[in-house]
Write a protein that binds this ligand. Structure first.
Ligand code: ADP
Ligand code: MG
Length: 699
């Protein structure tokens, strides 16, 4: 297992710089991989050697060497931060811009005197000293072609040809633009983060009759929590007393409040709507729903979409190419053309100003970040931008049956003893003794019918997708599918398969009988199938471990033609691999599942979607996207939202590049001033940032 270190990193605002830092850290011995998530301000490294203070030191030094303005802080392992960061309104930059403009104004009124030049120099220094300094520093280190370099060359060039006022104004304008961009990006990051802010601040715990206000992390399993109206549920808990309604909107996107009364489970992160509740903490904060979700959301930025990685790589080539073009414009035409060198030189400078790829580089990850935020708002958690991109191209959608297409809340409909001398009660008792140790939906139904959980069985062994075995009073009991029980049976005939899921029960190689449980298809299933077809997902498949009759029934109910039954986890995997192999034109395969037996397939599919409510931890862990409400209608909604997000990202790319190419052309032909170039650049960046925020909304 490689070890992982996570840092909070501030002061890096451009993806190209982030990529450079990543490369530098990767050269440190022992570092396996490095990821920087600009949206969450996190840096994560994995290492195959033990992470020690020395490595930590090297990482910090490397970051500061590459970006002296940055600050790095180690986050404790498993930190589920969700830290709130106040937006800083930096007053220095506006003051500097104002000073520079005042000095230019003064210089203009002294035109012709030696004072004028001095004042221009001063105002240039006021507006751009840090830009020039950073450019110099990067040149010394061999990092040519960053935006500071471009601005320095362009403005100094303007100085050289006597356009003093313009040089200062362009620098001041550039600073103002950067400042506004930073503000816009920070604000949008903050507003997305706020949406996902489900982190409880504190909790009231009653210990020995004393009320204590504790941090959620300090709550222990079994603590009695006092939750007042309007407060967030701090950890997953069970209601002891009180009645209330829960606002689950932040987690599930459902606006209808859910009623809770004693015995009901409370999900952390939800808000207690009305009454006062006393509840018993069932897990510690780290294992609670809220911590799990925050961790998933925070890590989501580390999984970058292809488009995102492409843009960063693109930016590395784009700038040098534009600089070369600018050089060509300054040198070649004057050799032949009518205009003088200084005219072409100015045009080349315009080129340099427009060559900064910032608008592009910031708006693409912001678009994905907004897309993930918008999905979280409807109760669908995507673990990375890459899954949004893959989901947008969903062509084949594969479903597990039990718990995914059906409610997974079984009721026992038939108890059928077949062995002589075995009563229904005896059969149920033995089955319940074994099933008390399983959490499978079938197991829950049998235990519920028996009336209580019993723990007398020993040597329990569960085979996912098959059944369970164990010992009850020296008798070896097996319960599960025919395929699971039959190899053990020497005596006893099989009963006919009936409607519903039938499990067989054997004791010491003798078939005792069977228990049939029935489940119902989720009501929104049919509509989901229709929506998916309209969205162009032309192949829908059911893969189930259940018997043929039952699977066929479900498939018919929903209008899905392709289905396979009696599958083991490895069979499901084989089917999905075959379907992935059949894809053409970049279409992707989605797999939707809930069980432990689905975990391998969830991991293998292009996008694995897990049911977050009914789903096992293994499934939620292995999945790429978690549907918090188990609601099937969220699947077409999520696909639609992914497509919308991709469209926004594409708009940003086309718009930013389009405007740049247009202004470059104008500049080369002499129709654009440096002013227009800066204005276009900043304007595009701001518009792209605002456009990205649209990805937050969903219908
Ligand atoms: P699906 O693939 O449709 O979600 P599962 O893989 O969860 O269904 O289960 C497949 C079959 O395995 C069930 O229909 C049931 O017959 C059997 N099975 C699995 N676990 C158990 C269990 N704990 N007790 C009894 N039967 C089980
Ligand atoms: Mg299942």
């Amino acid at each position: 297992m490689p070890e992982r270190l996570t840092y909070s990193i501030q002061g890096i605002d451009c993806a190209v710089c982030a990529a450079r830092i990543q490369d530098a850290i990767n050269t440190i011995e022992g570092v396996g991989s490095t990821q920087i998530d600009l949206m969450a301000n996190r840096l994560e490294i994995t290492s195959d050697r033990t992470i020690d203070a020395q490595l930590d030191q090297q990482v910090r030094q490397t970051v500061l060497r590459e970006e002296p303005h940055a600050s790095v802080a180690l986050l404790a392992g498993g930190n589920t931060g969700g830290e709130r960061k106040a937006i800083k309104f930096d007053i220095v930059v506006p003051l500097r811009i104002l000073t520079a403009l005042l000095l230019v104004w003064a210089a203009r009124s002294w035109t012709g005197t030696p004072w004028a030049f001095l004042l221009y120099l001063l105002s240039y220094a006021a507006s751009g000293y840090d830009v020039v300094y950073r450019a110099m520093r990067n040149i010394v280190r061999g990092n040519l072609f960053d935006e500071h370099f471009l601005m320095t060359v362009a403005t100094m060039g303007a100085f050289a040809i006597g356009e003093y006022a313009e040089a200062v104004a362009v620098m001041a304008f550039y600073q103002a633009g950067e400042y506004m961009q930073d503000l816009a990006v920070d604000r949008s990051k903050a507003s997305i983060a706020r949406l996902m802010d489900i982190r409880p601040e504190s909790a009231t715990v009653v210990r020995d009759g004393v009320r204590l206000t504790l941090a959620p992390e300090e709550i222990m399993v079994g603590d009695v929590l006092l939750i007042k109206a309007g407060e967030k549920i701090p950890v997953d808990a069970v209601v002891i007393s009180g009645n209330s309604t829960l606002d689950t909107k932040a987690l599930t996107g459902e606006s209808v409040p859910r009623a809770v009364s004693p015995g009901d489970a409370l999900i952390s992160g939800c808000i207690n709507g009305s009454g006062v509740l006393h509840a018993e903490a069932s897990v510690a904060y780290q294992d609670s729903t809220v911590a799990t979700i925050l961790r998933l959301v925070e890590e989501s930025g580390m999984r970058k979409a292809k488009t995102e990685r492409f843009i960063t790589r693109f930016a590395r080539y784009y700038t040098p190419i534009v600089v070369l073009l600018a050089a060509a414009i300054a040198i070649v035409p004057p050799l032949f053309g009518p205009d003088t060198f200084s005219v072409w030189f100015y045009r080349a400078l315009v080129f340099l100003v427009i060559s900064c790829p910032c608008a592009l580089v910031i708006s693409v990850p912001l678009g994905f970040f907004g897309g993930i935020g918008g999905m979280a708002r409807m109760g669908v958690l995507a673990k990375g931008g890459n899954f949004i991109q893959a989901m947008a191209k969903a062509r084949t959608i594969v479903f597990d049956k039990t718990g995914t297409l059906t409610k997974g809340s079984f009721t026992v409909s038939l108890i059928e003893p077949v062995a002589a001398g075995v009563s229904e009660d005896e059969l149920l008792r033995l089955a319940a003794a074994i099933e008390s140790h399983s959490t499978h939906p079938v197991a829950k139904a049998i235990v519920a019918r028996y009336g209580k959980r019993v723990s007398e069985a020993t040597d329990i062994e569960e085979t996912p997708g098959m059944g369970v075995a164990g010992t009850v009073g020296h008798r070896h009991i097996r319960i599960g599918t025919e395929r699971y029980v039959q190899p053990d049976v020497q005596a006893g005939k099989t009963s006919q398969e009936s409607a519903g899921t039938t499990v067989q029960v054997s004791a010491d190689g003798i078939l005792l009988g069977s228990i049939t449980v029935t489940d119902t298809v989720k009501p929104e299933g049919k509509e989901m199938v229709e929506s998916l077809r309209t969205l162009g997902a032309d192949k829908l498949v059911i893969l189930s471990g259940d018997g043929a009759r039952t699977v066929e029934g479900t498939a018919k109910d929903l209008g899905i033609e392709t289905f396979h039954s009696r599958l083991l986890p490895q069979d499901k995997l084989a089917h999905v691999e075959r379907l992935i192999g059949e894809q053409r034109d970049g279409g992707t395969v989605l797999f939707v599942g809930d069980g432990v037996n689905d975990a391998p397939v969830l991991a293998r599919a292009d996008v694995g979607l897990a049911m977050g409510g009914i789903g096992s931890d293994a499934a939620v862990e292995a999945a790429d996207v978690v549907i918090m409400t188990d609601d099937l209608s969220k699947i077409p909604a999520a696909i639609r939202h992914s497509r919308r997000t991709m469209a926004i990202v594409r708009q940003n790319i086309v718009f930013a590049l389009g405007v740049k190419v247009f202004v470059m052309a104008l500049g080369a032909l002499g129709f654009a001033s440096m002013w227009l170039a800066v204005f276009a650049d900043t304007g595009v960046a701001l518009l792209a940032v605002m456009n990205s925020l649209r990805a937050l909304r969903h219908k």
